[in-house]
Design a binder for this molecule. Sequence first.
Ligand SMILES: O=C(O)c1cc(=O)[nH]c(=O)n1[C@@H]1O[C@H](COP(=O)(O)O)[C@@H](O)[C@H]1O
Length: 276
Amino acid sequence: MNRQQLIEQIKLKKSFLCVGLDPDMEKIPDFLKQYPDPIFEFNKRIIDATKDLCVAYKPNSAFYESYGVKGLQSLIATWKYLPTDCLNIIDAKRGDIGNTSDKYARAFFDEATSGMSFDAITVTPYMGNDSVTPYLKYDGKWVIILALTSSVGSKDFQYLNTGDGYLYEAVIKKANTWAGADRIMYVVGATKSTEFTDIRKYAPANFLLVPGVGAQGGSLEDVCKYGITKDCGLLVNSSRGIIYASNGEDFADAARAEALKLQKEMQAELEKAGII
Ligand SMILES: O=C(O)c1cc(=O)[nH]c(=O)n1[C@@H]1O[C@H](COP(=O)(O)O)[C@@H](O)[C@H]1O
């Protein structure tokens, strides 16, 4: 899905919600465990219940890899099931030397090799240009670079003063030279909403993937106040707040209710910004 298609979906669905698919066997409802692939069954029902309310899905690879071969099978089945009118993001947070990054890019972008071809991947920029550019060789695919994360640990490195601003600012300035706003997004945590004004100085047009609302306590209103652009420019993710709204038989309905609450708030923000 390209930038224009993403913007169209945001306007059509009046939403910039990304649903995080972080399935955990200890948290999914017990009755699903009778199915041959409980994780896929869980995801399938979450997707069915939310697909008209969101514009993106983000499976986090750790929640699949931790179950070994079976987990990867669940991830592939989930990727195949994701609706084509939603951007699908693999949250893999990879970063390695060039030839290794080539392999990671194949793992997540090359269906003929791995059985999966996501639209976008999260990557860590720490190893620099040659660790990121292999993903950009895939036409039309997005690279989502960690800039300022929602985590407490963001202060350890991302806020280091380089003498010319914070390290996270240097990351954005440098990554902007690798590709434009039609190929690169940045991760900025919702818990860092006051920094959005600063980030918009360096990334005025890029979409920002914003995790951290819901379970981590970030405010959607503040994110929009400082981060929204004329094209919206935001994909706000919630994982646990939606998918674990209930662990009973009603889990999909409960997930829908939480997604609907966020979609309504997003609609109001899009109207306030004059986007719809
Ligand atoms: O890259 C991410 O998606 C990410 C970056 C970040 O700074 N913080 C963060 O929480 N995430 C991911 O976003 C999701 C947040 O999940 P919830 O806190 O349950 O909504 C998890 O999959 C995290 O790994």
